[in-house]
Design a binder for this molecule. Structure first.
Ligand SMILES: Nc1ncnc2c1ncn2[C@@H]1O[C@H](COP(=O)(O)OP(=O)(O)OP(=O)(O)O)[C@@H](O)[C@H]1O
Ligand SMILES: [Mg+2]
Length: 249
């Protein structure tokens, strides 16, 4: 079966004079439609590098990346941009809403750039706003909404493009923990409705809301599996220590 996302032996190497940094050091992974995956790891482990490659914002130094069966690892910038618009919906820590545009206009903006006609734009924006529970706020300005609501508008903007994958990079980073959990509940709901979600976070309490966790360390995958296995959130050393503590002395 063909995977939706498939990285094979991907390296991303940054050369800095004499030094070279292996931001990704031989990463292979596959993600299928309908999955909810969290990519976790400490600062510098390679999460954003992985996100940039999966999001077609960057290409690997070596290895291959197939998105929807298409080899995107060797594409030129303009081809990447086309794939991005067609297949990916992005959610960032900063909502990047335009203050002078209404909620609905913000959601419609990428569709306008994509050349979608006005009737289609309205319909898709209203449906997306309905899915995040903000249809009644469509005429408000972003500044009239709470932080959590603004993040939901940015989720609606991502959804309006009918993406094959929703990519969320630290989507709760700017929110208090309760609002962050609400946004996560939201992503869970979208996933339950069939959307594929890939979430990047350094926060284990957020990551465990996914179904599957991929844990990076020094550019390598050190765990890939069920989000509810303790090894998804603690290091191998910590795991051994925890087990050791339960043993009789
Ligand atoms: N443009 C670049 N040039 C040189 N080195 C880079 C570049 N981008 C990232 N790196 C290095 O690659 C490694 C992985 O960085 P990356 O940004 O992917 O980490 P991260 O897991 O997203 O960390 P954080 O949680 O702090 O955002 C780090 O050692 C970083 O210094
Ligand atoms: Mg990062």
């Amino acid at each position: 079966m063909e995977h939706l996302i498939e990285l094979r032996d991907v390296y991303k190497i940054y050369r800095m004079g004499e030094e070279s940094v292996h931001a990704l050091d031989g990463v292979s992974l596959a993600i299928d439609p309908g999955e909810f995956v969290a990519i976790v790891g400490s600062s510098g482990s390679g999460k954003s590098t992985a996100m940039n490659i999966i999001g077609c914002l960057d290409v690997p130094t070596s290895g291959t990346y197939h998105l929807g069966g298409i080899d995107v690892s060797t594409m030129e910038d303009d081809q990447q941009a086309e794939i991005r618009n067609k297949m990916l919906g992005f959610i960032f820590q900063q909502y990047n809403l335009i203050p002078k545009l209404t909620v609905q206009e913000n959601v419609e903006l990428p569709l306008l750039y994509a050349g979608v006609d006005a009737a289609q734009r309205h319909e898709r924006a209203l449906r997306a706003l309905g899915r995040v529970g903000l249809a009644e706020k469509r005429k408000n300005l972003p500044s009239q909404l709470s932080g959590g609501q603004q993040q939901r508008v940015s989720i609606a903007r991502a959804l309006a493009g009918n993406p094959s994958v929703i990519l969320a990079d630290e989507p709760t980073g700017a929110l208090d923990s309760r609002t962050g959990r609400e946004v996560l509940t939201f992503l869970q709901q979208l996933n339950a409705e069939g959307d594929t979600v890939v979430l990047i976070t350094h926060d284990n309490s957020i990551a465990v809301k996914a179904k599957r966790i991929i844990r990076l360390q020094d550019g390598k995958i050190i765990y890939d599996g069920n989000a509810h296995d303790p090894r998804a959130v603690v290091s191998a050393e910590e795991y051994q220590e925890i087990l050791g503590e339960g043993e009789p002395t």
